[in-house]
Design a protein around this ligand. Structure first.
Ligand code: ADP
Ligand code: ZN
Length: 212
């Protein structure tokens, strides 16, 4: 199954995508993770993306479409994939439609208040991308990833100024995708307001929407 996860910044897409990619045994493809990796390794794409990512702006479509297309061409995507953070603009969605057929779009929703709280408390592992939260997903040793021992830090774009910018960008550029996929009849909305301890409720709803 070819799946897209939509939703405002930090609604929890990355967490849900990781869980569902295990359940369905399909790769989790996050353009945000790919850009962070490229920036860390100072590749050509990383150097191009850095200024945008740090400010919370979108990386230009041509660069983003290119890395997403290359990733989708790989063998492990043959039986399906879960896209997280792509597409984020109508132009990206149109480019995607030219190369694959999308079966389902899950649109995760939560109030702005809940989302801001999640973003400001979020911490991530620099090495493996595992996601933590200062109040309710705390690593056993402060600043150290439980899974790989990597450094747990706050992304620059999770700091308040960039968060504000990401919301503005989301509303303007990404929200129109809800209508785009609703018109195709493949979008389902999932309530993502559950506290993290009850993430299983979100996953259960998402599975229902995928298996109906
Ligand atoms: P979030 O936690 O807001 O979902 P991501 O980890 O998906 O953030 O993305 C982080 C940053 O990477 C974005 O703010 C943007 O600069 C860049 N990025 C990721 N995906 C895309 C995309 N599809 N188009 C343009 N820029 C992107
Ligand atoms: Zn880690």
């Amino acid at each position: 199954m070819n799946i897209i996860l939509l939703g405002p910044p930090s609604v929890g897409k990355g967490t849900y995508a990781k869980m569902m990619s295990k359940i369905y045994n399909i790769p989790h493809i996050s353009t945000g993770d790919m850009f962070r990796e490229a920036i860390k390794n100072k590749t050509e794409i990383g150097l191009k993306a850095k200024e945008y990512v740090d400010k919370g702006e979108l990386v230009p479509d041509d660069v983003t479409i290119r890395i997403a297309e290359e990733r989708l061409k790989q063998d492990d995507c043959k039986n399906g994939f879960m896209l997280d953070g792509f597409p984020r603009t109508i132009a990206q969605a149109e480019a995607l439609d030219k190369i694959v057929v999308i079966d389902r779009v899950l649109n995760f929703t939560a109030s702005e208040e809940i989302i801001i709280d999640r973003i400001s408390g979020r911490r991530v592992c620099k090495s493996c991308g595992a996601i933590y939260h200062i109040r309710n997903i705390i690593p056993k040793v402060k600043g150290v990833c439980d899974k790989c021992g990597g450094e747990v830090y706050q992304r620059d774009d999770d700091k308040p100024e960039a968060v504000k910018e990401r919301f503005i960008v989301y509303k303007k550029q990404t929200e129109p995708l809800i209508e785009y996929y609703t018109k195709k009849g493949i979008l389902r909305s999932i309530n993502a307001e559950w506290p993290i301890e009850q993430v299983d409720n979100v996953i259960a709803d998402a599975r229902k929407a995928l298996e109906e």
